[in-house]
Design a protein around this ligand. Sequence first.
Ligand code: HEM
Length: 499
Amino acid sequence: LYQMLPRDPSLPPLVFHWIPWFGSAAQYGQDPVEFFVSCREKYGNVFTFVLLGKRVTVTLGPKGNDFVFGGKHTVVAAEEVYSSLTTPVFGSDVVYDCPNETLMEQKKFVKVSLTTDKFRQYVGMIEDEVTQFMDNEPAFRAYQTSNTNEWGTFSVYKTMAEVTILTAARTLQGKEIRDYMSKGFADLYHDLDHGFTPLHWMFENLPLPSYWKRDDAQRKMTEFYQSIMNKRRAGNPDDYDDVMASLMVQKYRDGRPLPDHEIAHIMIALLMAGQHTSSSSASWALLHLADRPDIAELLYQEQVEHFGLPGGGFRGMMFDDLKKLPMLDAVIRETLRMHSPIHSIMRYVRSDLPVPQGLAAPSEDGVYVVPKGYTVMASPALSQLDPLYWKDANMWDPSRWLDASGFAAQARKQYDESSKVDFGFGLVSKGTESPYLPFGAGRHRCIGEQFALLQIGMVISTIIRRVELRYEGPFPKPDYSSMMVTPQQPCDILYRRRK
Ligand code: HEM
């Protein structure tokens, strides 16, 4: 009844719901993209829904993306929304447990250690890790035999999760973490990861084992990073040239070096930020390739053309090669378009926020105002799938990225150019009004973008060189029940060793 009473006309329309406090949590949680589409039909591009006691105003389309990503951080803040999830997992004083200016500095510290020179080293390391994995993993038994007629299966999401953590450990995390992976680090990671769920986000502390295990793993992991730093200092710190080594020598603008606990917590944040995002993207890419052997063949032929050796086999890839592989690039861009691992981007509204004309039909008073205390939410995942912008939007079609004058290539060009903008101090709202924002935009834009493209590209190339892939049965639907969108399980891919 309350929802039917006349409302303040400056408030965006409220999505009808039956249960107070719980609101539209079930519809949103089950399939956010479908929920947004059905709300847009009824209410337009701007509407508010109730999510477990919170009022969330969704702003859709490129202008809606701009509204959230391009907003001033003093007005729309990420930390109030994300901190209850991330701080217990990453640890204190980093990312969303510090002022936004400090996060910007921390992002810069990491970014300076993600250089082209490092990427050149990473290419061989990633290829090596994936090759070793395929040579030893029992799920790849049919590849390990010389019989090229035998088909085997592997669970793509499980496999990509393992490959992603191994390759990230070997490259970003450093030698010690990679060496410790089979000796306990993987278990700590799993306990931490089980505390990184929507439940832990909504309810900061419940008397459940996953909460204790999460806190215990966080403490032990921090201690482990601390012990690595101690050992490095006791030896020759110059022997190391990785992200941790770089963090150990950098200073905040006020001259303060990063304390060890902050370094440890930044390393954990990087591990968590890159894990599900990259593994889910690589899984979707392989699923599509298995489902479309014709496209997989084009990708394979691209590898043969560039790297094939006269007597058979391939030469190793170099970092600079990656830029010359349009098919591989298109496969990744298209996969990220259709399967954004993060479906909703949220900010807390710190002061009343007018919605610009042109984003929503104006209220009787002229404009909607999102009140202080609300959360605003954008969804590039939806605009990336919106037939308003994309031809055959629900079709996985990498070729749309190959036409340089086409819509996709233009959107991508604009997106790549806006990534060069420094997210430093006092910036940024460039490139935020676009339907294609797989790595976000503005000051919270992803710093792992180039690394992720490299990692996913190398994983796909290494696998596709060695095996043919097939997928049988209905294509898996997205699973929205965890923090990131993953393919619904089971999602087993058939493979056969290439002749
Ligand atoms: C931020 C996506 C991989 C580290 C973001 C954001 C998105 C995103 C959409 C913006 C979040 C927001 O505005 O609230 C992705 C995707 C990835 C990926 C799709 C892989 C396919 C990585 C990797 C790392 C990483 C590998 C680490 C090496 C970060 C960090 C932020 C971020 C530190 C900044 C958070 C902030 O400033 O609030 N990512 N990411 N990401 N990502 Fe990634």
